[in-house]
Design a protein around this ligand. Structure first.
Ligand code: PLP
Length: 407
Protein backbone atom coordinates (compact mmCIF):
# COMPACT_ATOMS: atom_id res chain seq x y z
CA UNK A 1 0.00 0.00 0.00
CA UNK A 2 1.36 3.38 -1.00
CA UNK A 3 1.20 6.06 1.69
CA UNK A 4 -1.18 8.94 0.96
CA UNK A 5 -1.26 12.39 2.56
CA UNK A 6 -4.75 13.64 3.37
CA UNK A 7 -4.06 17.12 4.80
CA UNK A 8 -4.82 20.42 3.06
CA UNK A 9 -2.03 22.64 1.72
CA UNK A 10 -4.32 25.66 1.89
CA UNK A 11 -5.75 25.26 5.41
CA UNK A 12 -4.41 27.84 7.83
CA UNK A 13 -4.81 27.80 11.59
CA UNK A 14 -7.88 29.41 13.17
CA UNK A 15 -7.67 33.01 14.38
CA UNK A 16 -6.50 33.04 18.03
CA UNK A 17 -9.44 33.27 20.50
CA UNK A 18 -8.06 36.56 21.76
CA UNK A 19 -8.31 37.98 18.24
CA UNK A 20 -11.85 36.68 17.82
CA UNK A 21 -12.85 38.32 21.13
CA UNK A 22 -11.25 41.63 20.06
CA UNK A 23 -13.00 41.46 16.69
CA UNK A 24 -16.37 40.78 18.35
CA UNK A 25 -15.76 43.73 20.67
CA UNK A 26 -15.09 46.00 17.67
CA UNK A 27 -18.24 44.76 15.95
CA UNK A 28 -20.27 45.37 19.14
CA UNK A 29 -19.17 49.01 19.40
CA UNK A 30 -19.35 49.43 15.63
CA UNK A 31 -16.40 51.80 15.24
CA UNK A 32 -14.69 49.85 12.49
CA UNK A 33 -13.21 52.81 10.59
CA UNK A 34 -9.76 53.51 11.95
CA UNK A 35 -10.47 57.20 12.58
CA UNK A 36 -13.81 56.53 14.30
CA UNK A 37 -12.60 56.86 17.89
CA UNK A 38 -14.07 57.98 21.19
CA UNK A 39 -12.28 60.29 23.63
CA UNK A 40 -9.04 58.71 24.80
CA UNK A 41 -9.25 55.74 22.38
CA UNK A 42 -6.20 54.92 20.21
CA UNK A 43 -7.94 52.34 18.02
CA UNK A 44 -6.86 48.86 16.98
CA UNK A 45 -5.17 50.00 13.75
CA UNK A 46 -2.99 52.66 15.40
CA UNK A 47 -2.10 50.17 18.15
CA UNK A 48 -1.14 47.56 15.57
CA UNK A 49 1.06 50.08 13.77
CA UNK A 50 2.90 50.91 16.99
CA UNK A 51 3.37 47.23 17.79
CA UNK A 52 4.59 46.34 14.30
CA UNK A 53 7.02 49.28 14.33
CA UNK A 54 8.39 47.97 17.63
CA UNK A 55 8.55 44.40 16.25
CA UNK A 56 10.69 45.47 13.29
CA UNK A 57 12.55 48.31 15.00
CA UNK A 58 11.22 50.86 12.49
CA UNK A 59 10.35 54.43 13.47
CA UNK A 60 7.10 54.52 11.53
CA UNK A 61 4.46 52.06 10.39
CA UNK A 62 1.27 52.26 8.35
CA UNK A 63 -1.39 49.56 8.04
CA UNK A 64 -3.20 49.33 4.70
CA UNK A 65 -5.75 47.29 2.77
CA UNK A 66 -3.39 44.76 1.14
CA UNK A 67 0.22 43.87 0.44
CA UNK A 68 -0.20 44.94 -3.17
CA UNK A 69 -1.56 48.30 -1.99
CA UNK A 70 1.48 48.69 0.31
CA UNK A 71 3.82 48.22 -2.69
CA UNK A 72 2.03 50.84 -4.81
CA UNK A 73 1.79 53.25 -1.90
CA UNK A 74 5.51 52.85 -1.11
CA UNK A 75 6.52 53.52 -4.71
CA UNK A 76 4.33 56.65 -4.89
CA UNK A 77 5.65 57.82 -1.52
CA UNK A 78 9.29 57.62 -2.68
CA UNK A 79 8.35 59.52 -5.84
CA UNK A 80 8.01 56.91 -8.59
CA UNK A 81 6.14 58.61 -11.45
CA UNK A 82 4.38 57.29 -14.58
CA UNK A 83 6.91 56.20 -17.18
CA UNK A 84 9.67 55.60 -14.61
CA UNK A 85 11.49 52.31 -14.79
CA UNK A 86 11.34 50.13 -11.69
CA UNK A 87 13.73 47.22 -11.27
CA UNK A 88 12.45 44.00 -9.74
CA UNK A 89 13.47 40.35 -9.64
CA UNK A 90 12.14 38.20 -12.47
CA UNK A 91 11.20 35.55 -9.90
CA UNK A 92 8.30 37.07 -7.99
CA UNK A 93 4.52 37.00 -7.72
CA UNK A 94 2.12 38.76 -10.09
CA UNK A 95 1.12 41.56 -7.63
CA UNK A 96 4.69 42.93 -7.83
CA UNK A 97 4.77 43.78 -11.57
CA UNK A 98 1.08 44.60 -11.11
CA UNK A 99 1.87 47.29 -8.54
CA UNK A 100 4.51 48.79 -10.86
CA UNK A 101 2.21 48.81 -13.88
CA UNK A 102 -0.59 50.17 -11.65
CA UNK A 103 1.42 53.36 -11.27
CA UNK A 104 2.01 53.66 -14.98
CA UNK A 105 5.64 52.76 -14.33
CA UNK A 106 7.62 50.17 -16.30
CA UNK A 107 8.95 46.94 -14.75
CA UNK A 108 12.55 45.99 -15.54
CA UNK A 109 13.14 42.36 -14.60
CA UNK A 110 16.48 41.29 -13.18
CA UNK A 111 17.80 37.74 -13.46
CA UNK A 112 17.53 35.34 -10.56
CA UNK A 113 20.42 33.15 -9.34
CA UNK A 114 20.57 29.41 -8.60
CA UNK A 115 19.82 30.43 -4.98
CA UNK A 116 16.48 31.99 -6.05
CA UNK A 117 17.64 35.50 -5.16
CA UNK A 118 18.17 38.56 -7.34
CA UNK A 119 21.39 38.37 -9.38
CA UNK A 120 23.43 41.31 -8.09
CA UNK A 121 25.76 41.36 -11.12
CA UNK A 122 22.79 41.58 -13.45
CA UNK A 123 21.22 44.21 -11.18
CA UNK A 124 24.33 46.35 -11.54
CA UNK A 125 24.26 45.92 -15.34
CA UNK A 126 20.55 46.77 -15.54
CA UNK A 127 20.94 49.87 -13.36
CA UNK A 128 23.62 51.10 -15.74
CA UNK A 129 21.73 50.11 -18.89
CA UNK A 130 18.28 51.47 -17.96
CA UNK A 131 19.02 54.38 -15.62
CA UNK A 132 16.29 53.06 -13.27
CA UNK A 133 16.47 54.63 -9.83
CA UNK A 134 14.05 52.40 -7.89
CA UNK A 135 14.33 48.74 -6.99
CA UNK A 136 11.26 46.87 -5.79
CA UNK A 137 13.08 43.92 -4.26
CA UNK A 138 10.90 40.87 -3.75
CA UNK A 139 12.17 38.37 -1.16
CA UNK A 140 10.26 35.76 -3.10
CA UNK A 141 9.41 32.59 -1.16
CA UNK A 142 11.51 33.94 1.68
CA UNK A 143 14.91 33.72 -0.03
CA UNK A 144 17.02 36.74 0.95
CA UNK A 145 19.97 37.89 -1.15
CA UNK A 146 23.20 39.31 0.29
CA UNK A 147 21.52 42.47 1.59
CA UNK A 148 24.78 44.09 2.66
CA UNK A 149 26.16 43.86 -0.86
CA UNK A 150 22.85 44.88 -2.41
CA UNK A 151 22.59 48.02 -0.27
CA UNK A 152 26.18 49.08 -1.04
CA UNK A 153 25.50 48.61 -4.73
CA UNK A 154 22.18 50.50 -4.67
CA UNK A 155 23.41 53.32 -2.41
CA UNK A 156 26.38 53.86 -4.69
CA UNK A 157 24.13 54.04 -7.76
CA UNK A 158 21.51 56.25 -6.06
CA UNK A 159 18.84 53.54 -6.33
CA UNK A 160 16.02 53.65 -3.77
CA UNK A 161 15.17 50.20 -2.42
CA UNK A 162 11.64 49.13 -1.49
CA UNK A 163 11.42 45.65 0.01
CA UNK A 164 8.52 43.31 -0.68
CA UNK A 165 8.53 41.23 2.50
CA UNK A 166 5.35 39.26 1.83
CA UNK A 167 7.33 36.05 2.56
CA UNK A 168 9.88 37.43 5.04
CA UNK A 169 7.80 38.84 7.88
CA UNK A 170 9.83 37.73 10.91
CA UNK A 171 12.97 36.99 8.87
CA UNK A 172 16.34 38.78 9.00
CA UNK A 173 19.65 39.16 7.19
CA UNK A 174 22.76 39.42 9.37
CA UNK A 175 20.53 40.21 12.34
CA UNK A 176 18.70 43.08 10.59
CA UNK A 177 14.97 42.39 10.19
CA UNK A 178 13.79 41.92 6.62
CA UNK A 179 12.23 45.22 5.53
CA UNK A 180 14.74 47.34 7.45
CA UNK A 181 17.44 47.58 4.78
CA UNK A 182 15.56 49.59 2.16
CA UNK A 183 13.75 52.94 2.36
CA UNK A 184 10.41 51.15 2.85
CA UNK A 185 9.51 47.59 3.83
CA UNK A 186 6.12 46.21 2.70
CA UNK A 187 4.26 43.24 4.16
CA UNK A 188 1.04 41.37 3.42
CA UNK A 189 -1.40 39.98 6.00
CA UNK A 190 -3.42 38.13 3.40
CA UNK A 191 -4.52 34.64 4.47
CA UNK A 192 -1.56 32.75 2.97
CA UNK A 193 1.14 34.91 4.56
CA UNK A 194 2.63 34.94 8.08
CA UNK A 195 -0.30 36.70 9.75
CA UNK A 196 -3.87 36.29 8.55
CA UNK A 197 -6.51 39.01 8.36
CA UNK A 198 -7.99 37.80 5.08
CA UNK A 199 -6.64 40.88 3.33
CA UNK A 200 -4.26 43.50 4.68
CA UNK A 201 -0.82 45.04 4.45
CA UNK A 202 1.76 46.94 6.46
CA UNK A 203 4.57 49.26 5.50
CA UNK A 204 7.44 50.53 7.59
CA UNK A 205 10.04 53.26 7.12
CA UNK A 206 12.41 55.50 9.06
CA UNK A 207 11.98 58.30 6.51
CA UNK A 208 9.56 60.92 7.92
CA UNK A 209 8.57 62.46 4.61
CA UNK A 210 8.06 59.14 2.88
CA UNK A 211 5.84 57.99 5.76
CA UNK A 212 3.86 61.24 5.88
CA UNK A 213 3.16 60.86 2.16
CA UNK A 214 2.26 57.19 2.57
CA UNK A 215 -0.23 58.07 5.32
CA UNK A 216 -1.88 60.77 3.18
CA UNK A 217 -1.90 58.43 0.20
CA UNK A 218 -3.57 55.66 2.21
CA UNK A 219 -6.55 57.94 2.82
CA UNK A 220 -5.94 59.79 6.10
CA UNK A 221 -7.64 63.06 5.02
CA UNK A 222 -6.39 65.57 7.62
CA UNK A 223 -6.78 63.09 10.47
CA UNK A 224 -3.13 62.10 10.51
CA UNK A 225 -2.82 63.16 14.17
CA UNK A 226 -4.75 59.97 15.00
CA UNK A 227 -1.69 57.95 13.97
CA UNK A 228 0.90 56.98 16.60
CA UNK A 229 3.76 55.35 14.66
CA UNK A 230 3.97 58.48 12.50
CA UNK A 231 6.24 61.50 12.03
CA UNK A 232 5.49 64.85 13.73
CA UNK A 233 2.78 67.19 12.39
CA UNK A 234 5.19 69.60 10.68
CA UNK A 235 6.24 66.86 8.26
CA UNK A 236 2.61 66.37 7.20
CA UNK A 237 2.30 70.16 6.79
CA UNK A 238 5.13 70.06 4.25
CA UNK A 239 3.51 67.49 1.96
CA UNK A 240 -0.24 67.92 2.51
CA UNK A 241 -0.97 69.98 -0.60
CA UNK A 242 0.99 67.69 -2.92
CA UNK A 243 -0.19 64.25 -1.86
CA UNK A 244 -3.36 62.68 -3.29
CA UNK A 245 -5.73 60.53 -1.26
CA UNK A 246 -5.79 57.04 -2.80
CA UNK A 247 -7.89 55.21 -0.24
CA UNK A 248 -6.51 51.90 0.95
CA UNK A 249 -6.81 52.02 4.74
CA UNK A 250 -6.92 49.09 7.13
CA UNK A 251 -9.95 48.85 9.45
CA UNK A 252 -10.17 48.13 13.19
CA UNK A 253 -11.65 44.68 12.64
CA UNK A 254 -8.62 43.39 10.75
CA UNK A 255 -6.19 45.05 13.13
CA UNK A 256 -8.00 43.44 16.08
CA UNK A 257 -7.45 40.03 14.50
CA UNK A 258 -3.80 40.76 13.77
CA UNK A 259 -2.57 42.09 17.11
CA UNK A 260 -2.62 38.74 18.97
CA UNK A 261 -1.06 37.09 15.91
CA UNK A 262 1.81 39.56 16.04
CA UNK A 263 2.41 38.66 19.69
CA UNK A 264 2.63 35.00 18.64
CA UNK A 265 4.66 35.56 15.45
CA UNK A 266 8.11 34.65 16.79
CA UNK A 267 6.87 31.26 17.97
CA UNK A 268 4.99 30.71 14.71
CA UNK A 269 8.17 31.33 12.72
CA UNK A 270 9.95 28.71 14.80
CA UNK A 271 7.14 26.24 14.09
CA UNK A 272 7.44 26.93 10.36
CA UNK A 273 11.14 26.25 10.49
CA UNK A 274 10.62 22.92 12.26
CA UNK A 275 8.27 21.89 9.44
CA UNK A 276 10.76 23.14 6.84
CA UNK A 277 13.65 21.22 8.41
CA UNK A 278 11.54 18.05 8.56
CA UNK A 279 10.85 18.22 4.81
CA UNK A 280 14.47 19.08 4.12
CA UNK A 281 15.80 16.15 6.18
CA UNK A 282 13.40 13.79 4.41
CA UNK A 283 14.57 14.92 0.98
CA UNK A 284 18.35 14.93 1.61
CA UNK A 285 20.29 13.01 -1.05
CA UNK A 286 17.29 12.22 -3.20
CA UNK A 287 18.68 11.34 -6.64
CA UNK A 288 17.61 13.88 -9.28
CA UNK A 289 16.49 16.43 -6.66
CA UNK A 290 18.47 19.50 -5.60
CA UNK A 291 17.83 21.27 -2.30
CA UNK A 292 18.46 24.96 -1.64
CA UNK A 293 21.19 25.61 0.92
CA UNK A 294 20.24 28.53 3.13
CA UNK A 295 23.04 31.02 3.88
CA UNK A 296 24.16 31.34 7.52
CA UNK A 297 23.42 35.11 7.47
CA UNK A 298 19.80 34.46 6.56
CA UNK A 299 17.22 33.95 9.31
CA UNK A 300 14.39 32.70 7.16
CA UNK A 301 10.79 31.71 7.81
CA UNK A 302 10.10 28.32 6.22
CA UNK A 303 6.44 28.90 5.39
CA UNK A 304 7.01 27.30 2.00
CA UNK A 305 9.50 24.82 0.58
CA UNK A 306 11.30 24.83 -2.77
CA UNK A 307 13.50 22.34 -4.56
CA UNK A 308 14.88 21.89 -8.07
CA UNK A 309 14.37 19.07 -10.53
CA UNK A 310 17.31 20.00 -12.73
CA UNK A 311 17.76 18.52 -16.16
CA UNK A 312 14.45 16.64 -16.20
CA UNK A 313 12.53 16.31 -19.44
CA UNK A 314 9.18 18.06 -19.13
CA UNK A 315 7.00 14.97 -19.47
CA UNK A 316 8.83 13.18 -16.62
CA UNK A 317 8.72 16.23 -14.40
CA UNK A 318 4.98 16.54 -15.00
CA UNK A 319 4.62 12.86 -14.16
CA UNK A 320 6.28 13.54 -10.77
CA UNK A 321 3.71 16.27 -10.12
CA UNK A 322 0.85 13.99 -11.19
CA UNK A 323 1.97 11.07 -9.05
CA UNK A 324 2.58 13.26 -6.01
CA UNK A 325 -0.84 14.88 -6.46
CA UNK A 326 -2.44 11.43 -6.66
CA UNK A 327 -0.92 10.74 -3.23
CA UNK A 328 -2.21 14.04 -1.81
CA UNK A 329 0.96 16.14 -2.21
CA UNK A 330 0.22 19.39 -4.04
CA UNK A 331 3.33 20.68 -5.78
CA UNK A 332 3.52 23.84 -7.85
CA UNK A 333 5.83 24.21 -10.82
CA UNK A 334 7.27 27.49 -12.07
CA UNK A 335 8.20 26.03 -15.46
CA UNK A 336 4.68 25.58 -16.84
CA UNK A 337 3.71 27.11 -20.19
CA UNK A 338 0.51 28.55 -18.76
CA UNK A 339 -0.02 30.42 -15.49
CA UNK A 340 -1.88 28.17 -12.99
CA UNK A 341 -3.71 29.37 -9.84
CA UNK A 342 -1.29 31.63 -7.90
CA UNK A 343 1.75 30.49 -9.91
CA UNK A 344 2.93 32.55 -12.87
CA UNK A 345 6.23 33.65 -14.37
CA UNK A 346 7.70 36.87 -15.77
CA UNK A 347 7.11 35.87 -19.39
CA UNK A 348 3.41 35.33 -18.64
CA UNK A 349 3.13 39.02 -17.76
CA UNK A 350 2.89 40.23 -21.33
CA UNK A 351 1.83 43.73 -20.26
CA UNK A 352 5.44 44.12 -19.18
CA UNK A 353 7.48 43.44 -22.31
CA UNK A 354 10.67 41.71 -21.31
CA UNK A 355 13.65 40.35 -23.18
CA UNK A 356 14.33 36.68 -22.47
CA UNK A 357 16.19 36.00 -19.24
CA UNK A 358 17.98 32.70 -19.96
CA UNK A 359 19.44 32.26 -16.49
CA UNK A 360 16.04 32.75 -14.84
CA UNK A 361 14.40 30.46 -17.39
CA UNK A 362 16.88 27.70 -16.57
CA UNK A 363 16.17 27.97 -12.83
CA UNK A 364 12.38 28.25 -13.11
CA UNK A 365 12.20 25.33 -15.56
CA UNK A 366 12.98 22.94 -12.69
CA UNK A 367 11.59 24.88 -9.74
CA UNK A 368 9.05 23.09 -7.55
CA UNK A 369 7.27 24.82 -4.71
CA UNK A 370 4.90 23.86 -1.93
CA UNK A 371 3.21 25.55 0.99
CA UNK A 372 3.75 24.44 4.58
CA UNK A 373 0.73 25.68 6.54
CA UNK A 374 0.99 25.50 10.32
CA UNK A 375 -1.90 23.04 10.40
CA UNK A 376 0.74 20.45 9.33
CA UNK A 377 2.66 18.48 11.96
CA UNK A 378 6.29 17.42 11.61
CA UNK A 379 4.96 13.88 11.06
CA UNK A 380 2.91 15.24 8.13
CA UNK A 381 6.06 16.83 6.72
CA UNK A 382 8.01 13.59 7.08
CA UNK A 383 5.24 11.78 5.19
CA UNK A 384 5.16 14.43 2.45
CA UNK A 385 8.93 14.12 2.05
CA UNK A 386 8.70 10.30 1.83
CA UNK A 387 6.10 10.57 -0.93
CA UNK A 388 8.12 13.11 -2.95
CA UNK A 389 11.29 11.13 -2.42
CA UNK A 390 9.72 7.88 -3.59
CA UNK A 391 8.15 9.37 -6.74
CA UNK A 392 11.21 11.44 -7.70
CA UNK A 393 13.58 8.49 -7.19
CA UNK A 394 11.42 6.08 -9.16
CA UNK A 395 11.07 8.41 -12.13
CA UNK A 396 14.67 9.60 -12.03
CA UNK A 397 15.87 6.01 -12.35
CA UNK A 398 13.51 5.50 -15.26
CA UNK A 399 14.77 8.77 -16.68
CA UNK A 400 18.42 7.70 -16.39
CA UNK A 401 17.58 4.29 -17.81
CA UNK A 402 16.05 5.94 -20.89
CA UNK A 403 19.21 7.99 -21.39
CA UNK A 404 17.09 11.17 -21.47
CA UNK A 405 18.61 12.84 -18.44
CA UNK A 406 21.00 15.68 -19.07
CA UNK A 407 22.11 16.64 -15.59
C1 PLP B 1 1.01 37.97 -1.60
C2 PLP B 1 2.11 38.71 -2.20
C3 PLP B 1 2.02 40.06 -2.50
C4 PLP B 1 0.74 40.84 -2.42
O1 PLP B 1 0.04 40.74 -1.24
P1 PLP B 1 -1.56 40.87 -1.24
O2 PLP B 1 -1.82 41.17 0.21
O3 PLP B 1 -2.13 39.61 -1.71
O4 PLP B 1 -1.91 42.05 -2.11
C5 PLP B 1 3.13 40.69 -2.99
N1 PLP B 1 4.28 40.04 -3.19
C6 PLP B 1 4.41 38.73 -2.94
C7 PLP B 1 5.72 38.08 -3.19
C8 PLP B 1 3.34 38.02 -2.44
O5 PLP B 1 3.45 36.71 -2.22
Amino acid sequence: MKEVFTGSFTQQEPIPEEGIAAAVKAMRHGRLHRYNLVEGEVGEVAELEQEFAAFTGAKYCLAVASGGYALGCAMRAVGVAPGDKVLTNAFTLAPVPGAIVGLGAVPVFVEVTQDLTIDLDDLERQIAATGARTLLLSHMRGHICDMDRLMVLCDRAGVTVIEDCAHTMGAAWNGVPSGRHGRVGCYSTQTYKHMNSGEGGLLISDDPEVMARAIFLSGSYMLYDRHRAAPPAEVFERVKFDTPNISGRMDNLRAAILRPQLRALRGQCEKWNRLYRAVEAGLENTPGLTLFRRPAAERFVGSSFQFLLKGWVTAKLQEVLRRCAARGVELKWFGAQEPVAFTSRYDHWRYAATPALPQTDAVLAGLIDMRLPLTFSTADCELIARIIRAEVSALWQAEEGSGAATG
